[in-house]
Design a protein around this ligand. Structure first.
Ligand code: MSP
Length: 589
């Protein structure tokens, strides 16, 4: 009874702390983390039983955008951010896939791991380390980690009996499985969560004392209300911790599972693939010798299906080994295809390379990051990609650049001079001279764009990249409206007042575009580069470190005024045509 009351007490405290002040806490945490020098971002490491698909790329892209944004804030030369990715190559699932392909497991793993690497390179994932769990450095780290768990008394030998799902490489309790009728009318037991078939296993294994970590995990969450984003998934983990946690089997008999790291000192057993895989986050920072400068400080990006492994097992393993849990776990939902789960058997798996060919790398990146909402599943179909990128990249952003840099309106092809008389900081100052034609909406625009970098920063801090892009997109539209409102093409360059005003309109528009170009680099690196090059923004001027917007408006010198625009007058992003939907394209960026 007392125990139940205690448990209720935990929940009550956590719920109270979570729901009410969370936004304020989040804001505080975001600020703290942007001053914290070292950030290890990670993607999950990918199973090599099959090649990469859209879902894998989405996990990697989210982490990539977070990493690129961090570098934007820190400055390109700052070594304070890393991004690791790689492949998860051990376990029964891989052993079976290699056997089915009739290949030696390591040869099989190397081939598929290369495919992931190729796709990630193609899609511009800015990883700093690509780890494979079959590497020697990883085996050393796992063996050391295992030895520490043993030395600290958290591993014992016992008999494990229960359900096992090979596709998920996961142990399940009775309440996590259900009966469904199979193709031949027979009854099949499946995981309620993934729908994958489960099998009964009974064997002597090494067990990890997970049951001892329920309260420490709750305490960790209570003390770290921002540990899991979005909030919905924090609550899911709290829910998982309301029930007793059974001890976890962390090895398999070697005669059933040969493809994995043997248990140190017991060649009859192989280490459980999830324990093996999770340690990759330590391997990449040099565990056991050199991890201190990067650990803690890990931010893991994971899909919702692997939340339990990252938010329950992993922090428990780390606590048991005397290390701190990760700083953040960013969780995303899944992509469905035309409303259906993506699966090989349904034949609806989306090939990321094909998408890049159809929509360009940046078009595809933009779509996934713009439309993917971590909180809920999103539906993918080609038509939607075309609509979004045409409207936002080709028309709004590309159109704006085109309008203010066209020879007809900007004959000298310079970044023009700003006139304070035309756009005074104090509204109405030069009204009598009839120089200022600025409207209240124009002042609002400047205010909004000025705040945009910090607005975007907050969205990244809350793992809401789609909101950051949405915010940029709204400002792009407002800048187009600003341009349209003042009909600069009707101004007469030979009239002094008109010329000053025209230059000022162009200056303001180019300055806004410079902000958008800088902020879009984590999302569409190639397009952003093209845009910034056209605006003659040098590589060292493309971060938020020391960034200044509208310097002249603020009474400071502006190094852009009078600068020659970049020579590439080409279209920023070509509108996609319907043929991109139907045939496999071969377009280069
Ligand atoms: N190997 C484990 C992770 C170990 S991390 C220590 C694994 N691999 S996976 O290849 O199956 O999945 C990798 C990532 O892809 C996960 O984050 C998963 O959520 C993500 N996705 C797989 N299918 C997906 C969609 N349909 N949509 C979005 N992401 C999806 O799990």
């Amino acid at each position: 009874m007392l125990r139940t009351a205690c448990r209720a007490g935990w929940c009550w405290q956590i719920v109270q702390r979570t729901y009410v002040p969370r936004q304020y806490v989040a804001r505080r945490e975001v600020q703290q983390s942007s001053t914290d020098r070292r950030l290890l971002l990670s993607t999950p490491i990918f199973y090599v039983n099959a090649g990469p698909h859209l879902g894998h790329v989405y996990s990697a892209l989210l982490a990539d955008a977070m990493h690129r944004h961090r570098r934007l804030v820190l400055g390109a030369e700052d070594p304070g951010a890393r991004l690791c990715t790689g492949t998860d190559e051990h376990g029964l699932k891989i052993q079976q896939a290699a056997a089915a392909a009739g290949k030696d497991p390591l040869v099989f793993c190397s081939e598929v791991s290369e495919q992931f690497k190729d796709v990630f390179n193609h899609i511009l994932i800015s990883y700093t380390d690509y780890i494979r769990t079959t590497e020697e450095r990883h085996q050393t780290a796992v063996e050391h980690f295992w030895a520490v768990l043993c030395r600290k008394g958290f591993i014992y030998k016992g008999v494990y009996e229960g359900w096992y799902s090979t596709p998920d490489e996961s142990f399940l309790t009775d309440s996590q499985v259900m009966d469904i009728s199979g193709k031949r009318g027979n009854t099949v037991k499946v995981s309620t969560e993934s729908g994958h078939q489960v099998h009964w296993t009974k064997e002597e294994n090494y067990m990890f004392k997970l049951s001892e970590f329920r309260l420490p995990l709750l305490k960790w969450l209570e003390n770290n209300p921002c540990a899991i984003y979005p909030e919905r998934f924090y609550d899911v983990v709290l829910q998982m911790l309301q029930e007793d946690l059974p001890d976890l089997s962390v090895s398999r008999e070697r005669n059933r599972l040969t493809w994995g790291i043997p248990v140190p000192g017991d060649v009859t057993q192989t280490i459980y693939v999830w324990l093996d895989a999770l340690v990759n986050y330590l391997t990449v920072v040099g565990y056991p010798k050199a991890h201190e400068s990067w650990w803690p400080g890990a931010h893991h990006v994971v899909g919702k299906d692997i939340l339990k492994f990252h938010a329950v097992y992993w922090p428990a393993f780390l606590l048991a080994a005397g290390l701190e849990p990760p700083s953040r776990i960013y969780v995303h939902s899944h992509w469905t295809v035309h409303g259906q789960k993506m699966s090989k058997s349904l034949g609806n798996v989306i090939d990321p390379m094909d998408c890049c060919n159809r929509f360009t790398v940046d078009g595809f990146r933009y779509f996934l990051l713009r439309q993917g909402v971590p909180d809920r599943d999103c539906d993918y179909y080609h038509e939607k990609v075309m609509k979004v990128v045409n409207a936002e990249l080709a028309d709004a952003l590309g159109g704006l650049l085109n309008r203010c840099t066209a020879h007809a309106i900007n004959a000298t092809q310079n970044y023009p001079f700003f006139s304070s008389a035309c756009f005074p900081r104090t509204p109405g100052l030069f009204e009598k001279e009839a120089l200022s034609r600025v409207t209240a909406e124009d002042y609002k625009l400047l205010e909004f764009v000025e705040c945009l970098p910090s607005e975007v920063n907050d969205h990244y801090g809350n793992f809401q990249i789609y909101k950051a892009i949405e915010a940029i997109n709204v400002r792009v539209k407002q800048t187009n409206a600003f341009f349209q409102r003042h009909v600069p093409w009707k101004l007469d360059r030979d009239n002094t007042a008109d010329k000053l005003w025209l230059d000022t309109i162009l200056y303001v528009t180019l300055e806004c575009l410079r902000v958008y170009g800088i902020l879009l680099q984590p999302v569409v690196p190639t397009i952003a580069d093209k845009l910034l090059s056209r605006l003659a923004v040098a590589p060292h001027e493309r971060t938020l470190k020391g960034f200044q917007f509208l310097a002249r408006y603020h009474g400071k010198d502006c190094s852009f005024e009078g600068r020659k625009l970049g020579p590439d007058t080409g279209i920023l992003f070509h509108r996609l045509e319907r043929q991109n939907l139907h045939t496999k394209q071969n377009m280069s960026l």
